[in-house]
Design a protein around this ligand. Sequence first.
Ligand code: GLA
Ligand code: ZN
Length: 678
Amino acid sequence: MHPHAPATPKYPHILHGGDYNPEQWLSYPDVLDEDIRLMTLAGINCVSLGIFSWADLEPEKDHFNFEWLDGIIDKLYKNDIHVILATPSGSRPHWLADEFPEVLRVGETGQRNIYGHRHNHCYTSPAYRERVRLIDTKLAERYGHHPAVILWHISNEFGGECHCELCQQEFRRWLKEKYKTLDALNHAWWTHFWAHTYTSWEQIHSPTWIGETAVHGLDLDWKRFVTDQTIDFMKAEISAVKAIVPELPATANLMGIYAYGVDYFKLGRELDVVSWDSYPEWHLPGKNAEIARNESLSHDMMRSIKQRSFLLMECTPSTTNWRSISKLKKPGMHELSIVNALAHGADSAMYFQIRQSRGSAEKFHSAVISHAGTENTRVFREVSEVGRMLKKLSDKVYGSASPAEVAIIFDTETKWALDKCQGPRNEGLDYFGIIQKCYDYFWKNGINTDIVDCDSSFEKYRLVIAPMLYMFRGGIQEKLRSFTAGGGVLVTTAFTGVVNDTDLCFLGEASEEKLSDVLGLWVEETDSLYTGEYNSTRWNGQSYRLSEICEIVRPVTCETLAVYDSDFYKGSPALTVNSFGNGRAYRICSTPETDFLDCFFGELAEELGLERAMNCKVPEGVSITWRENGSERIVFIQNFGDSPAELILDREYRDIFTGKTYTGRLAVEGLSSIIAVG
Ligand code: GLA
Ligand code: ZN
């Protein structure tokens, strides 16, 4: 019995496949036949279909043409290839924009785009919503009950914003619902500043560089509105297809932690299963382990959104075409990056794309089937190898859980607010940087970690880390208070708990709003360091560099564990701890270097006895994580270095593929992995 209900109940197996675009090849029937042969050879059991097919499904308004797709889906199914069926709203046919110009997006300056590109549509436009509802319904009626179809793929990579008049009106309506009165809005946005007080709802306009950018509350609410409007659009699509096939689950492909225009936690919670498109920049010289850590953090976030396994919806079989320099994946890298996704909770390995397109913007993006159209390519062989691997893993891995005792808070709204906050350091308050640095210790030491947001529940964790959590929102103070009082350990870093949910600074000295009771302190001043300038602290007999910002704090009940070594605040606390209820809360008052965090979290992990994938020293560049399938623990050991790494095993492990047992010394080749049970 696996811990998670299957993401794809109609076909509960690890999915292997990718975006398939037969609409580009309808005049090449031989190619379409060859696709099936090659997909079968590569061990492909699933494709995402129809993502950009609208012009071929509805070539003219209300004239539908499904015959070609009928044939494709039947043929796929006959060959044991399942279908993740997309709604085609990510890109629209010409006729739609010609007849309903309102569907096209308007930019910040008020200028409407002309037809072109994809993702060029207004999420508010009633005309767009209606045409999308119609085509989605038709697709659901025709294919929703087809045995091949196992999941809905709603649109493609939701994102972007529109500043058209329809969106402005909707934004004002959203604000009225939230604030009820202009007085409340003016207070929340602090608009008496620079005489920006609104005296009518009609004066409110989305933030734009030709207009308002100084009102931070406006900016924040606009971003929230864009997220809500995107979710509303997505939910309308989900309802359209579920009205016909309620039991078929839906996903949408997200883009990891760095694509934060839409709040993915909020959007992802509305999906049955989260999926995402992952394109790490492997082989930057000497950086594979670092890239793997970035990548793993996104995987962990995607898994944490629904607290269950996710789908890797896209990755490239070898190279992208959209980076400034598009590098091939070296031999072994493809399999390793797929193992990394599985290791962090993926139940699929899907690619962009099955067959390389012949022309237009993505003709040089790699694919399972290249322009050569043959199985005799390195990439095809490596993909097929992955296909064989996934088949062997499926029974044990699909739907298994990734238990974690540690959570790191990444809150999209804090990121939005920090991007605009103007001071204390406009040259870089590296929010992602401090999150990654905290995460890295756990990655390097085989400790599973969740990436959560302010709306998550913290009850199941033993250690919660809130790096630079500038904005306290959604009652997080109370959740962190009861987490700590209940025996949890909370770690905060500099610039945490500065503003409320409309970006107004907390007032007063110590207060519960700022969590001063839990931390046992309040912050009096925040100094900024120039780039390349450092303060330092001695802790546990070692000196560590501090950068970016240094908070000068006023202890109330906390104990000082380390102090600043220089500047006029030399001797004031740089690291504090406060006992609170059955737990305790730390403040790291600056941005410390990685070595400090490694030692600090190392001590905590030891003391708390945090569960590790294996009780052994993890060599540099190696990652070890685990999943549990109800009866077994599956350990993923990955070496991102180029040369072999050696582990001294703490117990016996059994190779999941060969059944071979490992004890004592275990060598892991460079750019390779071992998956074992133990
Ligand atoms: C995204 C899109 C795909 C394709 C790939 C290329 O993830 O969803 O349609 O453009 O990028 O890397
Ligand atoms: Zn619009």
